[in-house]
Design a protein around this ligand. Sequence first.
Ligand SMILES: [Zn+2]
Length: 129
Amino acid sequence: MTTAPGDPREFKKLLDRKEAELSRSLQKRDGITIEKSPDQMDEIQSASERDLAIRNVDRESTLLRDVRAALLRIEDGSFGTCIQCEWAISPKRLAAVPWAPLCIECQEAADRDKYEATESLIDSLVKVA
Ligand SMILES: [Zn+2]
């Protein structure tokens, strides 16, 4: 049996692999520790490494959530449809980002919102520090 390009089963294989990869990588990073060092430079260094690690975990958790949601959409047959405007997501976009929940228009709008939200979050973090 052959599968056409854009066949949900092909995407399922891809998404299953991605899910396994992300789960593994997140498990490995479970033990981010705060290291105390007498050397201030070291402390700054390890603090920024920790920040970077936390940001990576953040990014990977979000990605893992998207991948799992996409697998669920394959199950219920709504895969390939934008969850916001319910238009078809372009095959080109799905080929590049199989776990994309949104069409490109909705994604761009969401990115703008998220960027603004992140900016204000950083602002408030800076104020707290
Ligand atoms: Zn949309």
